[in-house]
Design a protein around this ligand. Structure first.
Ligand SMILES: Nc1ncnc2c1ncn2[C@@H]1O[C@H](COP(=O)(O)OP(=O)(O)O)[C@@H](O)[C@H]1O
Ligand SMILES: Cc1ncc(COP(=O)(O)O)c(N)n1
Length: 270
């Protein structure tokens, strides 16, 4: 039996809804073997972020090297990278080990407003990581921070997508969760030539903690299985939609999504 192998390089969320925890749960649900490199430990729950503790750089290097020595990931995603030094190390190692299917989720700010990336690291993200990426998955505020384009309309989003591809990304998907279009949320994919829209109903809920992490992890899992980008985005959108629609109602704030929902729905429809 061959099994896809996916690696997440991201921060730990003690609350279990975002970060490494969301990524590994998603990999597991999509039948992909999950591995992790932890860049920072965060103390978080559904109410907010209490603290951020970056892993010493030798610890990040050592985790990356241990994986590279023995386990070759079929796809890799990055999430919370926290600072310039970590971004540069990740960039070096990705090149050194020849890892190719790189999904860059440019995590910058937690839903409650707490920064998860130092502002001084945005240039490193642009110069050192985006050019290596197979796909970048910003939300609207992240796309604005990367491009300097204020995004108010769908055309602004298209302009920002073009700019991100010009920075060297093979694909970009600008997610629409922060700007619902009526009753729908549209995620916009650009492959350097054409635009593709992925639509889903807007679910009126405050339980969206970890949506970005879960979406990019599902995308990574599908790429690790060898799916093409369109198929992978389609599955990721379905996965996150069901996860939000069937949120667990855990915690007093922005609760986690339901990582079981996609597989249970699939099983029920058979
Ligand atoms: N309320 C919602 N209902 C349905 N889908 C959502 C909702 N919020 C976010 N999503 C989906 O979750 C993913 C992440 O969206 P977004 O909120 O834009 O990013 P982030 O979580 O990084 O801020 C996207 O695929 C988006 O379509
Ligand atoms: C460790 C970690 N990584 C990422 C996020 C962003 O979460 P979201 O996916 O809701 O934007 C988070 N809150 N914590």
């Amino acid at each position: 039996m061959t099994i896809g192998k996916a690696l997440t390089i991201a921060g730990s969320d003690s609350g279990g809804g975002a970060g490494i925890q969301a990524d590994l749960k998603t990999f597991q649900e999509l039948d992909v073997y999950g591995m992790s490199v932890i860049t920072a430990v965060t103390s978080q729950n559904t109410l907010g972020v209490h603290g951020v503790y970056p892993v010493p750089i030798e610890g990040v290097i050592s985790q990356l090297d241990a994986i590279a020595e023995d386990l070759s990931p079929d796809a890799v995603k990055t999430g919370m990278l926290f600072n310039q030094e970590i971004i540069q190390i990740v960039s070096n190692k990705v090149q050194k080990h020849g890892w190719e299917k790189i999904v860059v989720d440019p995590v910058m700010i937690a839903k409650g407003g707490h920064p998860l990336l130092e502002e001084s690291a945005i240039n490193a993200l642009i110069n050192d990581l985006i050019p290596l990426s197979f796909i970048v998955t910003p939300n609207i505020p992240e796309a604005e921070a990367i491009t300097g384009i204020e995004i108010k309309s769908f055309d602004d989003r298209k302009e920002a997508a073009k700019k991100i591809c010009q920075m060297g990304a093979k694909h970009v998907i600008i997610k629409g969760g922060h700007q619902p279009s009526g009753s729908e949320i549209i995620d916009l994919l650009f492959d350097g030539h054409d635009f593709y829209e992925f639509k889903g109903n807007y679910v009126n809920t405050k339980h969206t903690h970890g949506t970005g992490c879960t979406f990019s992890a599902a995308l990574t899992a599908e790429l690790a299985k060898g799916k093409d980008v369109i198929e992978a985005v389609k599955t990721a959108k379905e996965f996150i939609h069901l996860a939000v629609e069937n949120a667990l109602g855990i915690g007093g704030g922005h609760g986690p999504t339901n990582h079981w929902a996609y597989k249970r729905n699939l099983a029920a429809s058979k």
